[in-house]
Design a protein around this ligand. Structure first.
Ligand code: ATP
Length: 911
């Protein structure tokens, strides 16, 4: 870029009185360089930069203080559920303390509740700290900037930038520090991060004389963290880090607190509702037992109170919020392995809900490995091999000079340009030398709105304008053609021939790029008009092999895939047909021009029938998202360019491309695809749906186990006027089942089968939808066998065997959930066909489930050791228990699993 420093004779500020908090916009370009002791031609020296770095500090924003783990730990006790538990513990403790004789059993309630609350808080703290670290890690991604140092352009970490550094920023980049612009080309900057103003600001490079300008009016300043939307700039840095405008307010921006996801909120709501129900239930239990229990088997009111409180809290699925956190963390990690980088766990849920995916074509659906296949020159189609380098010098000049691609060991630039330079290199043309000889004086960069790129170069002492781009756009600005070295007017018939050729290429799925030129040595006129059409190249960009299957999978899962591309409509339709996006259910292609001619209502109607959108601008993308959302769709949108930001933000889930995406697109998106591949989006959707399913399983498992326990207690109370479980039993049940057995349900393997059903609609759907049958069947059998154990003991050994009967209830209540937790690991699927049933049978339980099942099994078995003190502690008797009765108790705790499995299968067969 040429530096064009303005000499301003009337300096507004005397250099001696300048300090670093001056009004920089008033200074002339020369003055600002002299104040900052820098040279726009050479930049700072490394030595000087080092000194300044020490003096002014690193160019980073104040980081938000990482919350202390201990504070997080303390805060976790403020959770409403923990509060209910703590309150219950206090009631039990108080009862124990106010008793005349304190027994170990009485304080056990308090001890067990404390263990549960502590365990939950520790897990919650670990998860919270992990997720905060994850967010912090995301923010740690190093950013670089191009800077002039020791007369050379180099790329350095933005934290090393200092006042006086000369920097260069192109469209799509962030401004790394507060900078006075000293040269620019068609520069437009989005300053919304700083000023809240959404309109892009056109920038200038001259000094401004007015006084007291607001930030938004300082047109020659580029502020730190704002985005270059169009054009490019060169500038001198005057404010870094905390001295920058954004640095002054950065504490506001950097406070990054992971918010509660909708699913987490729903779970909290559910647990709170159950919490309320539990209080009512506790009251019922207390009153029933109080009135039913006769004197002879009576317990003290205090004992009844402790049991009722314990039973009430046992209904609450305390571990649910933790399971949700674990599910989201596990999914985020798994997805990163599958090239889907989730910036906020909230996005996992939304991904699971998506029912429309709007995808780019190039790179996402196609391989982005572009190669020139055919050429259209002298109004003839030819194979690329037949190209003659001595005959088509003009086309070679245009391809080489009107391009920024670098094709060496490493290929830098857009895939389209790389393809054309690759092609030129096949004919041993030294494109780098050509660019050196024919200096570029000016340029208008490519943008997806104009679909053109223009340069001004000196070629053989003449000033040549080269324009390349989409042929249909190029034809509108061409008035001549070059055939066999002769320039003649471009007639309507000529245009028709070119359009026909374009159609023919596009029908073969080829991407076409046209080239033109004009000589402006004598007449200075607008670059993009009166051009001479030189010819075009047709580029192959094959669809990605794996994408077709992914699209099929998406369709089966009730997800519609829409292609939105800047490419030609016939090319787009051809590729869409090959991939199964444009099928019999949908008609035609809508172009950006068609969209302009339709009203929003008409477009909404057409959107129902159209799956391919071609030659669209970024504004059209945003409109499409908006109209789809108005129809209650949950929309995912992919994008890579700066201009895609509005649609990425507007979509329910914005997906940017890790390889080809600009920093801006990555910055505003919710998800980044590390491999740019459409297939990864479907993997993400699959993970999202699995999370939802696992959480539902956990809810179902916990509710069934908890209700069974209370139902058993109530039934035996009514039938036998006995309290079958004491507070220690109840609380131990919570400890083993909630804290040990339920957790691995959230860690189980992902199931591909979720993609066979329509997406869940979290917004309206109750968390209990689809799991009520599981809850009813499980509760029924669990309760039935627990009560049966009690009754068998009484029937067999008479009412004196109450202590043994209670052992039976304890065994059933504890062991049944341990066994049937196996079923909750991918057994309760939304089964529709017999094929689905086969999928279940293939299932192997996860390692964590087996380990934790074993831990739970051994711990529970230890409580059954026939030692009097242990027996007393648990308020049952295993010492002297009839071995046959013991075997029956165990069989009865296994039977619920078998019965649940068979009944569920049977019911589903009938459904
Ligand atoms: P998608 O939105 O699916 O990524 P795309 O990459 O084809 O589609 P654009 O990048 O907007 O969309 O390109 C649109 C058209 O502009 C292309 O068909 C091509 O003719 C032309 N084009 C693409 N890249 C360049 C470039 N670097 N210079 C000039 N013209 C280009």
């Amino acid at each position: 870029m040429n530096t064009n420093i303005n000499e301003n004779k009337e300096e507004l500020v005397d250099s001696k009185t300048l300090s670093l908090d001056q009004e920089w916009y008033k200074l002339s370009n020369k003055k600002i360089c002299s104040v900052l002791e820098t040279n726009p031609e050479t930049g700072l020296t490394d030595r000087e930069a080092k000194i300044r770095l020490e003096k002014y500090g690193r160019n980073n924003l104040p980081k938000s203080k990482k919350p202390n783990w201990f504070v997080i730990f303390l805060k976790s006790f403020l959770d409403p559920l923990s509060l209910i538990m703590i309150l219950s513990g206090l009631v039990s403790g108080l009862v124990a303390i106010t008793s005349q004789k304190i027994e170990t059993v009485d304080i056990t309630g308090l001890v067990i509740i404390s263990i549960i609350v502590l365990t939950n808080s520790i897990i919650a703290t670990v998860q919270e700290v992990k997720s905060l670290n994850q967010v912090a890690h995301l923010n740690e991604n190093k950013q670089t900037a191009i800077v002039l140092r020791n007369s050379k352009k180099t790329e350095i970490d933005i934290e090393e930038l200092v006042p006086g550094d000369i920097i260069f920023v192109n469209s799509g980049g962030f401004v790394p520090a507060d900078t006075r612009i000293i040269d620019n080309q068609l520069l437009k900057i989005d300053e919304s991060a700083l000023t809240g103003e959404n309109e892009p600001v056109k920038k200038i490079s001259d000094s401004i004389k007015e006084q007291n300008l607001m930030l938004g009016d300082q047109k020659n300043i580029a502020f730190m963290s704002t985005l270059v939307l169009e054009g490019k700039m060169m500038g001198v840095i005057f404010g870094t880090g905390q001295d920058s405008e954004i640095g002054k307010i950065a504490t506001k921006i950097s406070s990054h607190k992971p918010e509660k996801t909708p699913l987490e909120r729903k779970v909290t709501h559910l647990t709170a509702t159950i919490g309320l129900a539990s209080i009512i239930l506790g009251l019922i239990l207390f009153l029933t037992s109080f009135f039913l229990l006769t004197d002879e088997n009576s317990k003290t009111i205090k004992e009844l109170l402790v049991i009722s409180v314990s039973a009430a809290i046992s209904l609450i699925p305390e571990s649910l919020t933790i399971i949700v956190k674990i599910c989201l963390m596990v999914a985020t990690k798994k997805m990163a392995k599958k090239n889907v980088i989730i910036k906020n766990p909230k996005s996992i849920e939304t991904l699971g809900n998506v029912n429309v995916i709007c995808s780019d074509k190039t790179g996402t659906l196609t391989q982005n490995k572009m190669t020139v296949d055919k050429i259209f020159i002298d109004f003839k189609e030819m194979d690329y091999k037949d190209f003659e380098k001595n005959k088509y010098k003009e086309l070679i000049n245009c391809i080489t000079l009107c391009s920024d691609a670098i094709v060496e060991k490493e290929k830098i630039g857009s895939a389209t340009e790389i393809a054309t330079i690759d092609f030129i290199k096949k004919f041993e043309i030294d494109y780098k030398k050509m660019r050196l000889i024919h200096e570029r004086f000016d340029e208008i960069p490519f943008d997806s709105k104009r679909k053109l790129m223009t340069t001004l170069n000196e070629v053989e002492s003449r000033k040549m304008v080269y324009v390349k781009g989409a042929v249909d756009y190029l034809l509108d600005i061409c008035t001549n053609k070059l055939i066999n070295g002769k320039i003649t007017p471009l007639t309507q018939e000529d245009k028709q021939i070119i359009q026909d050729q374009l159609y023919s290429f596009a029908k073969r799925g080829l991407r076409v790029l046209g080239f033109s030129q004009k000589d402006i040595t004598e007449n200075k006129e607008k670059y993009e008009s009166n051009l001479t059409f030189l010819g075009c190249v047709a580029i192959i960009d094959p669809p990605r092999e794996e994408v077709k299957a992914s699209i099929e999978e998406a369709k089966k899962g009730g997800i519609r895939v829409i292609m939105i591309t800047g490419d030609h409509k016939i090319t787009a339709f051809e590729i869409a047909s090959r991939l199964g996006i444009a099928d019999n259910n949908f008609d035609g292609v809508l172009t950006g021009q068609d969209i302009n001619e339709l009203s929003n209502e008409q477009l909404k109607e057409r959107l129902k029938r159209t799956n391919v959108f071609a030659r669209v601008n970024p504004e059209h993308k945003a409109l499409i998202v908006e109209l789809l959302q108005e129809e209650n769709n949950i929309v995912a949108m992919t994008g890579d360019g700066v201009n895609d930001s509005p649609s990425l933000v507007k979509a329910d889930i914005g997906i940017s491309m890790g390889i080809t995406g600009t920093e801006v697109a990555k910055g505003v998106s919710d998800v980044i695809l590390a491999d740019d591949n459409f297939k990864s989006i479907i993997s993400g959707v699959n993970s999202g749906r699995n999370v939802y399913e696992k959480i539902k399983y956990s809810i179902s498992f916990l509710i069934a186990a908890n209700i069974s326990q209370i139902l058993t207690l109530l039934l035996i109370l009514i039938i036998n006027k006995d309290i079958a479980l004491n507070s220690v039993n109840i609380l131990f049940h919570i400890f083993i089942i909630e804290t040990i057995v339920a957790v691995p349900i959230g860690m189980q393997k992902e199931r591909r089968g979720v993609m066979k059903n329509p997406p869940p609609t979290h917004k309206r759907e109750s968390l209990l939808k689809g799991i009520t049958l599981q809850i009813i069947i499980t509760t029924l059998f669990n309760t039935l066998f627990a009560v049966l154990n009690y009754e068998i003991a009484i029937l067999w050994f008479g009412s004196d065997a109450k202590e043994f009967a209670k052992t039976g209830v304890y065994i059933a209540i504890m062991f049944s959930p341990i066994f049937y937790s196996l079923l909750y690991n991918n057994f309760f699927l939304p089964i529709k066909t017999t094929k689905d049933l086969k999928e279940i049978d293939k299932y192997r339980p996860n390692k964590w489930l087996l380990i934790l099942m074993l831990v739970a099994f051994i711990t529970t078995t230890l409580t059954l050791i026939p030692i009097e003190t242990i027996n007393e502690f648990f308020d049952f008797k295993t010492k002297g228990l009839n071995p046959i009765l013991a075997i029956i108790f165990f069989i009865n705790s296994l039977l619920p699993t078998v019965c649940i499995y068979l009944t569920y299968k049977l019911i589903l067969k009938f459904i």
